[in-house]
Ligand binder design. Structure first.
Ligand SMILES: NC(=O)c1ccc[n+]([C@@H]2O[C@H](COP(=O)([O-])OP(=O)(O)OC[C@H]3O[C@@H](n4cnc5c(N)ncnc54)[C@H](O)[C@@H]3O)[C@@H](O)[C@H]2O)c1
Length: 348
């Protein structure tokens, strides 16, 4: 099985899960400098003899063809994530998310891959009323990131229709849990609250998010790798129970034992949507899956990980900015590793 973006938040959790199940996994990741610290997420996997890591770029079509030939399944997670980043740099979002996905699809189709699980996003829906969106609702993206994710989805469906490649796109609704990206709200709130600083909320805090716990997302991907008759579909992968950001912050303060910290309110951010709420019924039906972890339990697990995991060593210092320590390790040739050797050990 191939996982693009294996070093990232969702990718590293999925990789560990698949290795625990005894599968052979090849991870592809260029260790992009959008944020630092992620090599640590691969430390456990890299010890497993069933794991190989290709350090390379999904924009390198020849590398994708070489790596994907004959794979049972490709889970495509590599992306330039971040709505706000995409407002600053729409071209990079487009290149990685659209052209990169096209490369993955071309390589998979040529290489006889049996199933491609693409990663889409709730952001494709844009601004919706407060009701759960279903896959029949018309997407109206309001950021370059969302546009790129929708374009990638459409390519996935077309590759099914035109070339018979078996694809499915999963629209994740705000995923959280251990290793969550440092640009995401729960991570930022947690860091501030645990440091005794007031959480900063963009807007009035009455915007809602349908948060989805990482283990539920991994379970959905696992099912999507093997479920029959998906035919290029796009499916909502959501917890299905949205809460306001004000309520989220309240819950987090409780879990962290810092109820006294009053939030600071800042102007809303361009590109952000007001509400996300996904109806997961179609995914439940087609994948035989259901979300299991509610927000209280999910936040408890996240904060416990945040407080105790060794992975904090690099995660705590992680920044979303170019030119981090990863840049000095830039290499021109893709390397294949299946041991914790020089490349990874000197990135800690
Ligand atoms: N986390 C969420 O809440 C969420 C929600 C909706 C959709 N998604 C999608 O899920 C996927 C995974 O998200 P994540 O939160 O784990 O992000 P992440 O940034 O942690 O992981 C993405 C990985 O892709 C790698 N990457 C970036 N550009 C690459 C390139 N050109 N070639 C090879 N590798 C490259 C990065 O180094 C990183 O390890 C993405 O496609 C994202 O758009 C995530």
């Amino acid at each position: 099985m191939i996982i693009t973006g294996a070093a990232g938040f969702i990718g590293s959790n999925l990789t560990e899960h698949l290795l625990q199940e005894g599968h052979e996994v090849v991870g592809i990741d260029n260790l992009d400098d959008y944020y630092s610290g992620k090599t640590m997420f691969l430390e456990r996997s890299i010890e497993d003899s069933n794991f190989s890591m290709v350090r390379g770029d999904i924009l390198d079509l020849e590398l994708m063809k070489k790596t994907m030939k004959g794979a049972d399944a490709v889970v495509h997670l590599a992306a330039q994530a971040g709505v706000r980043f995409s407002v600053r740099d729409p071209l990079k979002s487009h290149m990685v998310n659209v052209v990169g996905t096209l490369n993955v699809l071309i390589a998979a189709a040529e290489g006889g891959v049996k199933r491609v699980v693409n990663s889409s996003s709730s952001s494709v829906y844009g601004n919706i009323d407060q009701r759960p969106v279903t896959e029949t609702d018309e997407p109206r993206p309001v950021s370059p990131y969302a546009t790129s994710k929708l374009a990638a989805e459409i390519y996935c469906r077309q590759f099914h229709e035109l070339y018979g490649l078996d694809t499915v796109s999963l629209r994740y609704f705000t995923v959280y849990g251990p290793r969550q990206r440092p640009d995401m709200a729960i991570r930022i709130f947690t860091e501030r609250i645990l440091n005794g600083l007031p959480p900063q909320i963009f807007g009035d805090g009455e915007q809602t998010r349908d948060f989805t716990y990482i283990d539920d997302v991994v379970a959905a991907i696992r099912s999507a790798m093997i479920a029959p008759d998906l035919k290029g579909a796009a499916l909502n992968i959501s917890g299905g129970r949205p809460i306001t950001i004000n309520r989220l912050v309240q819950e987090l303060k409780e879990v962290c034992g810092r109820r006294e910290l009053e939030p600071i309110y800042l102007p809303p951010q361009a590109g952000d949507v007001n509400h996300t709420w996904g109806d997961p019924s179609l995914a439940m039906k087609l994948l035989g899956w259901k979300p299991r972890i509610g927000i209280k339990e999910g936040l408890r697990r996240y904060v416990e990980w945040y407080r105790t995991s060794e992975e904090r060593r690099t995660y705590l210092g992680a920044q979303t900015m170019p030119g981090t320590s990863l840049a000095r390790l830039a290499i021109s040739e893709p390397l294949i590793h299946n041991q914790m050797d020089g490349l990874f050990s000197n990135m800690k």
